[in-house]
Design a protein around this ligand. Structure first.
Ligand SMILES: *Cc1c(COP(=O)(O)O)cnc(C)c1O
Length: 648
């Protein structure tokens, strides 16, 4: 029997059971585990073994009035990711006797938050880690934050004259901006700027590769992609740069085949093609020094280590090896010096360090006791449903005939649909509709009781699981905090951060605070398969039930929107210290309602004032006492200074 219903919990449930139930040892690169108290613990890095209790951290933040939902960023994990990436390249360089260095840049668009970028620059400075920018605003951030004169500032994106001017002049500050030509018409703007400013920028060129990419971002390569120059365009650009006496500044070849590339074969193809273009550029007379392999280095969200869209079939080391080996081969065949290798790995650096934590406000489930109403006066459609229910009940548990069950489930769905139509047309009352839904639920439960896990996963029965799941109400906006889950069905590991000594009570998914039916979190990874329900515990009265969404550091934080005016959550930076303890470094307070309203040009003062004027009329008409009016205004004023999320 499958576990949808409250059941006698297994007393022998152990932490091991929880680890395998949530696949914790498969995703997350060993940064997360479960401690003896049954809480999620977070590891500083694999070597140190230092761990802290995430549940304890959240409790103690609460005592400081930093409430959920909140993002915790672990500085140590960020540092470890940066080091791991560089270590992998160092190792590959040694293995293949590559005669140059790896020098990465962090793409700012992955997470532009100041505190984070400052940390990235600090942790990356031993490696001269630079930044990649894709717009003028990002360029300004890059120029302001990046002081290390050996670090590169890769300038991508659409460029107008101002963008080119700023990047060109910044070279005179001793910085190393490289303007990457992505569009054919940028060349003439660059030439103009050079003439006007009497200064020259470092230049690169972005190639439009024709090798096929895979996955969601496959459109960012190929002959029709939005970015980069085709081979004929590259050739004419080089000619133009020669004529303008700028060819000596052309030093870099860039390509980017999209993010989260799951299949290493795709990366290899792109590397081969790009290496060949690099060789040709050198032959055309450009003094090439750098090859920039872009982003795309994926991470294993689902722990399956496959080429599924939420995983990768390669490790960090495989990636570094392939980059180094492929480029080396092409250069040696053509007798060309090995270039400095740049990658713009954003997702791979920034994802693991952020955990989003929210509390559950309550749950809903259809009542588990089915009341049978008077059968004689039933409308025909309802009695059809009831009959199906009886038939299901009658089936012998021992002699299960799957096709018969599927047929009965199809009947159930059909009759339920009939009920909904009848309700819409006015032939069924609200009570009858409710009864139809309860009957459907009871049928699903009967089926679940009779089948084992494999049988219930039959494609024709998948709605059974949905029907029986509970909805957990999350103090969270999907649109603000995990927009990728809504927009592109990205799956993030989702796990309660405590209570792992107990067996989960039922299966459920999450509905968020917004009034939008898309505000749902209902894709989870369960043993490598995508499931719509997650194992969850029964929330206890007056106690928090806290859920963590892991590996959310990339893209989420600034892609999120203000749907229903839920604002930024609290953000806390944490250092894990030597004695398995922690230090709260930075706290970035959440948006108040007043701040969010201001974003949309509302002033809190004038909102309060117009409500006050309303109360004056109500007082005058004796609908409201002066005392009540004051209370109302006080409440509103106080509320404007508080969180946009629900508090106790
Ligand atoms: C978005 C982007 C990246 C980052 O890609 P990841 O897959 O997150 O590492 C790198 N380079 C360019 C040009 C991008 O647009």
């Amino acid at each position: 029997m499958t576990n949808f219903e409250p059941k006698k919990l297994n007393k022998n449930w152990t932490i091991k059971d929880s680890i395998s139930s949530y696949n914790i040892d498969q995703w997350g690169d060993k940064y997360f585990s479960i401690n003896a108290k049954g809480n999620i613990s977070v590891t500083k890095n694999i070597q140190s073994g230092k761990k802290i209790d995430l549940f304890k951290v959240v409790k103690e933040l609460k005592s400081r009035e930093i409430n959920t939902p909140l993002i915790i960023r672990f500085n140590d994990i960020l540092k470890d990711r940066i080091n791991s990436l560089h270590d992998a390249f160092l190792k590959a360089i040694k293995t293949y006797k590559y005669k140059n260095i790896y020098q990465g840049v962090f793409p700012i668009k992955c997470n532009q938050q100041k505190n984070l970028l400052e940390k990235i620059i600090e942790f990356g400075s031993p490696w001269n880690l630079g930044l990649e920018v894709g717009s003028k605003s990002e360029l300004l951030i890059g120029l302001a934050l990046l002081e290390n004169q050996n670090s590169l500032l890769i300038c991508n994106g659409y460029k107008d004259k101002k963008y080119i001017e700023i990047a060109t002049l910044a070279r005179k500050l001793g910085k190393k901006p490289i303007i990457v030509i992505e569009q054919r018409d940028e060349v003439k703007r660059i030439i103009q700027v050079v003439q006007n400013l009497n200064a020259t920028p470092l230049l690169g060129i972005r190639a439009k590769l024709s090798s096929k990419s895979s996955g969601r971002w496959s459109k960012s390569v190929g002959d029709n992609s939005k970015f980069g120059l085709s081979i004929p365009e590259i050739v004419s650009t080089i000619k133009e740069l020669k004529e303008a006496n700028l060819i000596n500044e052309m030093k870099l070849l860039h390509f980017h085949i999209g993010s989260q590339i799951s299949d290493i074969a795709v990366i290899k193809d792109a590397l081969q093609e790009a290496s060949q273009i690099y060789v040709e550029l050198s032959k055309l007379g450009a003094p090439m020094e750098y090859i920039d392999v872009g982003g795309g280095l994926g991470i294993d969200y689902d722990g399956t280590k496959t080429s599924s869209s939420t995983s990768t079939n390669y490790s960090l080391q495989n990636y570094a090896n392939d980059v180094i080996a492929t480029i080396k081969d092409s250069c040696e065949l053509n007798d060309i010096d090995h270039p400095t290798i740049i990658s713009e790995s954003g997702r791979a650096i920034i994802s693991h360090c952020s955990v989003l934590i929210f509390n559950v406000l309550g749950t809903s489930r259809v009542s588990s006791k089915l009341q049978i109403y008077d059968e004689k006066n039933q409308s025909l459609i309802i009695s059809n449903l009831l009959e199906t229910y009886y038939e299901l009940k009658k089936l012998n548990n021992k002699k299960i005939n799957l096709s018969q069950i599927i047929e009965l489930w199809n009947d159930t769905k059909k009759f339920k649909e009939d009920c909904l139509v009848s309700f819409r047309l006015g032939f069924l009352s609200l009570e009858e509709r409710a009864y139809a839904e309860e009957l459907t639920w009871a049928c699903a439960k009967e089926i679940a009781k009779k089948l084992n896990n494999d049988e219930i996963n039959h494609p024709d029965l998948y709605e059974i699981t949905e029907t029986l799941g509970s909805t957990y109400y999350a103090n969270l906006s999907i649109f603000k905090s995990i927009p990728d889950s809504w927009a592109i069905n990205q799956i993030f590991p989702t796990v309660p951060i405590h209570r792992h000594l107990e067996e989960p009570f039922c299966k459920g998914n999450f509905a968020d605070l917004t009034c939008d039916s898309d505000g749902k979190l209902n894709s989870f990874i369960d043993n490598g398969k995508i499931k719509s329900l997650l194992n969850l515990h029964k929330p206890e009265q007056n106690k928090d039930y806290l859920i963590g969404i892991f590996m959310t550091g990339a893209y989420q934080e600034t892609l999120g929107n203000f749907h229903n005016l839920f604002g930024n959550t609290n953000v806390v930076h944490i250092d894990i210290t030597e004695n398995n303890s922690y230090k709260v470094k930075n706290i970035i307070k959440e948006d108040t309602k007043s701040e969010i309203l201001q974003l949309l040009d509302y002033s809190s003062d004038s909102l309060v004032e117009s409500i006050r004027i309303n109360t004056e009329s109500a007082i005058e008409q004796k609908k409201l006492s002066i005392e009540e009016a004051r209370k109302l205004i006080d409440q509103i004023e106080m509320s404007l200074r508080k969180s946009s999320y629900l508090s106790e």
